[in-house]
Design a binder for this molecule. Structure first.
Ligand SMILES: [Zn+2]
Length: 459
C-alpha cells in the first residue's frame, strides 16, 4: 500500500488491519486458553495453577507485539494480568475491558468431547462449532480481546480511549483472588477509568414474530444485587413431652412459610424499562402491563427479563434440632434474596417485617449496580453491531446475576455486559454458561473479533 499523501506532507504508512487474520487468530487464542485448565473449584485445596498459566499465556501474547503488562498474584497460583494501551484522546476516561480466566469445573464423563481439548466439530445446524469449558464463559471474549489489541498494535492503530485490559482470576468464586482483591489493593491499575465492558451480554437472541429478520443483542446495563440472610429463632429448650409456646422450630417454619408466600411487587428499573420498550417495538406487542407473561411472549429471553421484574427472597437452608424428643433452643434458616437496583435496604426491611419479631436476620450483601442505558458508549456498541449486522439491535437488560462489574463499580466505574457474539437463532448462548458441552460456533467468534475491534478502536 502507498503512503497516503496530502499537499505538503507525507502521512506515515499505516498498514490496514487484516480482518481475516484477526478472526483466525482470535479462534486460535480462544482454543489455546480453553486448553489451559484454569478450573476454579472454590476450594484452595483443589485449585491448581491454571489461572496463573492462563495469565502468563496472555502476557506472552501481548509482549510479542510490544504491549507490556503486569502480572498480579494475590494468592500463589491465582494469576491476574493487567495492561494499559494508551489512547489518542487524553481527555477521554479509560475503558476497562475485562474477562475472567477461571472457569467452573467440567465433569468429563458427562461431556460428549473432552472439555479441555478445544475440539472443533462440524455441526449440521451451526457449522463449525468449538467445544470446551470457557468457550462462552468467558475465554471466548478473553481470546478475542487479546487478538484485537494485537491486531491494532500490529497495524499501528491507536484506540481513542486508554484501554485498561484486565484478565481476572477467581470470578467464579467472588473475586477474592481477582477483581475484588485488585479493586481493594491495587486501585491504581484502574486509574482514570470511567466505564467497563465484559460479560454477561452481547450475544444475539431472536426476535419472536413471523420470521422476523431482526436480532437483539442483549446489553447488561445493570445487575441485581445479592443478599444472603441468616434467620435465627430462639425459644425455650427442653423435653419434648412438655411442649412450649415459644418453640424455635415452629417460629422458623412460620418465618420461612411467610417469605415463600410473599410476592414482591413488579418494579421497572431503567434497564428493564428499556428492554420492554425495545422488545415492544420489535415485536409490536405491549409488554409493559402487569399481567404480561414475558416467557410466553419472548421465549428464553423473556424468562431472563422476568427474573428482573421484582425482588425475590428464596429459602434455601433449614437447620434445627438434634434429637426427636428434645426441643432445640435455636432454629436457623438461610435465604437467598435478589435485589433490584433502587431497592437497596428495602428488602431487608421487608424481610424483617415478614418474619416478625421472633426471628432475627443477619445479612451478607452485594448491592445491585446500574449504569445508564444510553450514552456515548452505548452508541458505540450500537454502531459496532450495526456495521456488521444491519438487522441487529442492541437492547439493554437487567442481569439477574453478578459479574466482576460489581467489584469495579466500587471505584465508580460504570459496568456493561457486552461480549459480542452473533449466534444462530436456535443457539441459546445464555444456556452455555456452566453447561455440559459448552460451545460456540466459529462464525460467532469471527463476528466477535470484527465487532470487538470496532468497539475497542472507537469507544
Ligand atoms: Zn463468567
Amino acid at each position: 500500500m502507498d503512503a497516503a499523501r496530502s499537499p505538503g506532507r507525507t502521512v506515515p504508512l499505516v498498514p490496514a488491519l487484516d480482518h481475516a487474520l484477526l478472526e483466525e487468530e482470535a479462534i486460535d487464542l480462544v482454543r489455546d486458553l480453553i486448553r489451559i485448565e484454569s478450573v476454579n473449584t472454590g476450594d484452595p485445596a483443589t485449585i491448581g495453577d491454571g489461572e496463573a498459566r492462563a495469565a502468563r499465556y496472555v502476557a506472552e501474547r501481548l509482549a510479542e507485539v510490544g504491549i507490556g503488562s503486569e502480572y498480579v498474584e494475590p494468592v500463589a497460583g491465582r494469576g491476574n494480568l493487567v495492561a494499559r494501551v494508551p489512547g489518542s484522546d487524553p481527555s477521554a476516561g479509560a475503558l476497562v475491558v475485562h474477562a475472567h480466566l477461571d472457569v467452573v469445573p467440567a465433569e468429563a464423563a458427562d461431556w460428549s468431547v473432552p472439555p479441555f481439548a478445544a475440539e472443533v466439530l462440524d455441526d449440521r445446524r451451526h457449522g463449525e462449532v468449538l467445544y470446551g469449558r470457557g468457550a462462552v464463559d468467558m475465554k471466548g471474549f478473553a481470546g478475542t480481546v487479546v487478538a484485537v489489541v494485537r491486531a491494532l498494535r500490529t497495524a499501528r492503530i491507536v484506540p481513542r480511549r486508554d484501554l485498561v485490559l484486565a484478565f481476572f482470576a477467581d470470578e467464579e468464586a467472588g473475586g477474592y483472588a481477582g477483581a475484588k482483591w485488585l479493586v481493594e489493593n491495587r486501585p491504581d491499575v484502574f486509574e482514570g477509568a470511567t466505564e467497563a465492558i465484559s460479560e454477561v451480554g452481547g450475544f444475539s437472541v431472536p426476535v419472536p414474530g413471523n420470521g422476523s429478520p431482526r436480532r437483539a443483542y442483549l446489553l447488561a446495563t445493570a445487575e441485581k444485587g445479592v443478599g444472603w440472610g441468616i434467620l435465627r429463632a430462639r425459644g425455650t429448650a427442653g423435653h419434648a413431652s412438655r411442649p412450649t409456646r415459644d418453640n424455635a422450630v415452629a417460629r422458623i417454619a412460620r418465618a420461612v412459610a411467610a417469605l415463600h408466600a410473599h410476592e414482591f411487587p413488579v418494579r421497572h428499573t431503567e434497564a428493564t424499562a428499556a428492554f420492554l420498550a425495545a422488545f415492544g417495538e420489535l415485536t409490536g406487542r405491549d409488554l409493559t402491563g402487569d399481567g404480561v407473561d414475558l416467557e410466553r411472549e419472548l421465549g428464553f429471553v423473556g424468562a431472563i427479563a422476568e427474573a428482573g421484574l421484582r425482588n425475590t427472597a428464596t429459602p434455601t437452608i433449614l437447620s434445627a434440632g438434634y434429637k426427636t424428643n428434645v426441643i432445640p433452643g435455636e432454629a436457623v434458616a438461610e435465604i437467598d434474596t435478589r435485589i433490584l437496583p433502587g431497592s437497596e435496604g428495602e428488602i431487608e426491611r421487608e424481610v424483617a417485617r415478614l418474619v416478625g419479631d421472633e426471628v432475627s436476620v443477619e445479612w451478607k450483601s452485594l448491592p445491585p449496580i446500574a449504569s445508564p442505558s444510553g450514552g456515548p458508549l452505548v452508541d458505540v456498541l450500537r454502531a459496532a453491531v450495526a456495521a456488521d449486522d444491519p438487522d441487529g439491535v442492541v437492547v439493554p437488560y437487567l442481569l439477574p446475576a453478578s459479574t466482576d462489574n460489581k467489584n469495579l463499580s466500587r471505584l465508580g466505574i460504570a459496568g456493561y455486559g457486552f461480549a459480542p457474539l452473533r449466534v444462530p437463532d436456535d443457539f441459546d448462548a445464555f444456556g452455555q454458561f456452566h453447561a455440559v458441552d459448552e460451545r460456540v460456533p466459529l462464525s460467532a467468534l469471527r463476528f466477535a473479533a470484527r465487532v470487538t475491534e470496532r468497539i475497542l478502536r472507537t469507544a
